[in-house]
Design a protein around this ligand. Structure first.
Ligand code: ZN
Length: 493
């Protein structure tokens, strides 16, 4: 059913009988230097409790001041997700007690969120599907309980308040997803949009992107939703897909054995590969939301909203479509090359330096990305610049070196940072076989292969590649491939 399923406790027939319904709530940390209501740094990894002040510690008599940059980031994300940014939104207090929440309440948005009614498009199994976004609101993060690694960790829990007041946007989807794969595609697409717009670094290890899922199942064709369960803290893409698959099968198992589902919150237990109950609906918090009296309502003027809109970069979907139409590359190539903005702009630079789109796409995907991957480097740290790669590809395209030699030259370029022309000249790699020598080799091969000549003459174009390959082999890969092609065509026609 899904590419993540390892083994299923439920038969394929039963899985087919039910339809999963999935919605996601994603928390993304906004990329601001300082916290949402005070001037403390949001830097990750600093010594515990070093980035705190009376405001984010919730000391009496302090007042929050809204960070304009956090609102801007929220507006950018909302616009990129096709949401309507509300002219007026308001912060509210969400009241609950927990050791990592020194104020005793979290400042969030409740009945008047920053933005509502958006969507994004996912691609799954070659189909484009639109997933609705219910709302996007701003809120502050809580601190972090530390359960181990300290002198008295066996008897005490420590608390780090550095994360208190870090700005978050919560993005709530409609229950529009119908499989773990679609949920995975949604989270991947959302992450890419947040990265493109510079709204969040989406670093899952550092907790900058967190995901909760609502999941239920219903008989295929049924209109009513089944009883939903919330699965919390899915802090990796893989866990998300595995937890959803587990829950779907658990729900089907219960329904098939005549049982009833209870609405509850569950946690994914990765080592055990299962979800466990955290609290039932009866024990759900009543947060007693009320408007935050210490903050003014948020007012987003149309001028401010439009200023944000024009500052948005080209988004991944638009970029992919443009790459396909302008550079004549395949949708698959366009998807790979628009994975990150850095990769996309590298590709555009190679093309701009005079290389056809398809050749640039091929060289980047086969040679460059593989080398980068092997050496654990990001595209930004590539030892071969787009212009240097373009120079190499142009040598190959012009037939001055063969593709095989070009690949070897690329390895040296990657290792030494030298230019293609330098390496070709210094190592005498230029296509050095004379046309006479190519013609002689070609004549010998044609003479030795009358069967294939007959096939070619009978219209089998495929066999032409055989002749090219044989001539290249006879000239030890040193011949100009274009010349080999031309000479063979002449001799075989
Ligand atoms: Zn502070």
């Amino acid at each position: 059913m899904t590419k993540f399923a390892t083994e299923s406790a439920v038969t394929p027939e039963l899985l087919a009988k039910y339809e999963p319904v999935i919605g996601l709530e994603v928390h993304a940390q906004l990329l601001t230097r300082t916290k949402i209501f005070c001037g403390c740094s949001t830097r990750f990894g600093d010594a515990p409790n070093s980035n705190v002040c009376p405001v984010c510690l919730g000391l009496p008599g302090t007042l929050p001041v809204l960070n304009k940059r956090a609102v801007e980031m929220g507006i950018r994300a909302a616009l990129a997700l096709n949401c309507t940014v509300r002219e007026r939104s308001r912060f509210a207090r969400k009241n609950y007690f927990y050791p990592d929440l020194p104020k005793g309440y979290q400042i969030s948005q409740y009945e008047l969120p920053l933005a509502t009614g958006g969507w994004l498009e996912i691609e799954h199994g070659g189909e484009i599907k639109r997933i609705g976004i219910t709302r996007l609101h701003l809120e502050e993060d809580a601190g972090k309980s530390l359960h181990d690694g300290f002198p008295h960790s066996d008897e005490k829990t420590y608390v780090d308040y550095n994360r208190c007041g870090t700005p978050l946007s919560e993005i709530v989807s409609e229950p529009d997803m119908r499989s773990p794969d679609e949920a995975y595609a949604y989270l991947t697409t959302l992450r890419q949009i947040l990265l493109y717009t510079g709204v969040s670094d989406c670093n899952m290890e550092e907790g900058s992107l967190r995901c909760d899922a609502n999941v239920s199942v219903r008989l295929r064709g049924a209109k009513e939703f089944g009883t939903k369960v919330e699965v919390k803290n899915l802090n990796s893409f893989r866990y998300l897909a595995k937890a959803l698959q587990f829950e779907i099968e658990r729900h089907i198992g219960i329904l098939e054995s005549g049982g009833r589902l209870v609405q509850e919150t569950r946690l994914w237990n990765q080592p055990e590969g299962r979800t466990v109950s955290m609290r039932s609906k009866e024990k759900a918090h009543d947060y007693r939301y009320f408007p935050e009296p210490d903050l003014l309502p948020v007012h987003v003027s149309s001028a401010w909203r439009e200023e944000m809109r024009v500052s948005l970069p080209e988004l991944p979907g638009a970029k992919r479509a443009r790459f396909v139409s302008v550079f004549a590359i395949t949708p698959y190539d366009a998807e790979v090359l628009s994975d990150t903005q850095a990769l996309a702009s590298y590709f555009e630079s190679v093309v701009k330096a005079g290389v056809p789109g398809k050749a640039a796409a091929n060289w980047m995907q086969t040679e460059l990305l593989r080398r980068l991957n092997d050496s654990g480097k990001e595209i930004a740290a590539s030892p071969v610049s787009p212009e240097a790669l373009a120079d190499l590809i142009k040598l190959v395209e012009a037939g001055k070196i063969t593709a095989a030699v070009g690949k070897k030259v690329f390895v040296t370029m990657f290792e030494t940072g030298r230019s293609a022309a330098d390496i070709v000249a210094a190592e005498g790699l230029g296509a050095s076989v004379s046309e006479d020598a190519i013609e002689q080799a070609a004549r010998e091969i044609i003479a030795k292969n009358p069967d294939n000549v007959a096939k070619f003459k009978a219209g089998s174009e495929g066999v032409f590649k055989f002749f090219v390959g044989q001539v290249m082999k006879a000239t030890r890969g040193q011949a100009n491939p274009q010349a080999v092609n031309d000479i063979l065509r002449k001799l075989l026609s």
